[in-house]
Design a protein around this ligand. Structure first.
Ligand code: SAM
Length: 290
């Protein structure tokens, strides 16, 4: 019988056997809740043909379970002290490759080419919270051939990713995530599901990667600049935010004309605009810039 690390006693044993001490700065909170682990695995729905990229395997709790379901697992871990622990806890799995490195630095395209050739690939991870947004943005912007991303993140971050226009959670992160994916909240997770418990609540979120982006853009970089500018000062109107953006050299009259052309009210705030509104806005600004 396998020693499932999700059982706190086994996790504790492994940690003690290796003389491992947890590093808070690396977001090391290990999952010890079998029910939540099951929900992550169900949401990821990986088949034996598929590949899984895991970010931050820790002592291998989720990795073991992924290895049972997937064809190939690649787990990227930054903490060099965990590499020998993972060698121990994952030794019975021939379909797991542990890559020692920082997920923000490693060559993901190379890793995909080496390990996932021809496979459908998903990301499944309990992310280190201090770099959640850079990780998710890297995965999306690099246009890796991903099918879905199932990740544990801080509750507030999940709410921002899934937010609809109109509320305080809606912003640049919502728009970026919803440009590339369809988000769905899987479940909430209390601090007690981890060892040690983090200071925040968590949420598992699934991001179904779209086969093509949700809106058509003439200039993607301009779109994201316009989004960023629109949320620069949340209490200001769109006109004022767009006017005080260095990269746009439009007059107030031009901005008013553009907004009228895309049927956006002059007094509207950025947080009320849908993705389609932002697409129309940036595509019209694009024409003015030519
Ligand atoms: N997957 C394990 C689990 O569910 O119990 C551990 C998750 S823990 C929240 C986050 C993991 O990410 C830790 O193992 C930490 O060392 C690792 N990590 C932190 N920063 C990283 C980075 N930049 N690149 C790769 N892994 C990182």
């Amino acid at each position: 019988s396998k020693q499932r690390l999700v059982h706190p006693a086994f996790a504790q044993q492994v940690i003690e056997r290796h003389g491992f001490s947890l590093k808070k700065q690396l977001g090391q909170n290990f999952l010890i809740d079998a029910n939540i682990l099951g929900k992550i695995i169900d949401a990821a729905a990986v088949s034996s043909e598929e590949g899984v990229l895991e970010i931050g395997p820790g002592i291998g709790t989720l990795t073991q379970e992924l290895a049972e379901h997937a064809g190939q697992v690649v787990a990227i871990e930054k903490d060099d002290r965990l590499i020998s622990v993972l060698f121990d806890t994952l030794q019975t799995y021939s379909n797991v490759h542990v890559e020692h490195g920082d997920v923000l630095d490693v060559d993901l395209k190379q890793i995909f080419a080496t390990w996932f050739q021809g496979r459908k690939v998903s990301v499944v991870a309990n992310l280190p919270y201090y770099i959640t947004t850079p990780i998710v943005m890297r995965l999306l912007e690099e246009r890796l051939p991903l099918h879905s991303i199932v990740v544990m993140v801080q509750k507030e971050v999940a709410e921002r990713m899934a937010a609809k226009p109109g509320g305080k959670d809606y912003g640049a992160l919502s728009i970026a995530v919803q440009y590339y994916t369809r988000p769905a909240i899987v479940c909430k997770v209390p601090p007690s599901a981890f060892m040690p418990p983090p200071n925040v609540e968590s949420t598992v979120i699934q991001l179904q990667v779209l086969s093509k982006p949700s809106v058509h853009l003439k200039d993607e970089a301009l779109f994201f600049q316009v989004v960023k500018a629109s949320f620069a000062q949340r209490r200001k109107t769109l006109v004022n935010n767009l006017l005080h953006t260095p990269f746009l050299t439009l007059t107030k009259e031009q901005i008013q004309d553009i907004l009228a052309a895309v049927h956006i009210d002059l007094r509207q705030r950025g947080e009320t605009l849908s993705l389609q509104d932002f697409a129309n806005l940036s595509n019209t600004i694009y024409n003015y810039k030519q």
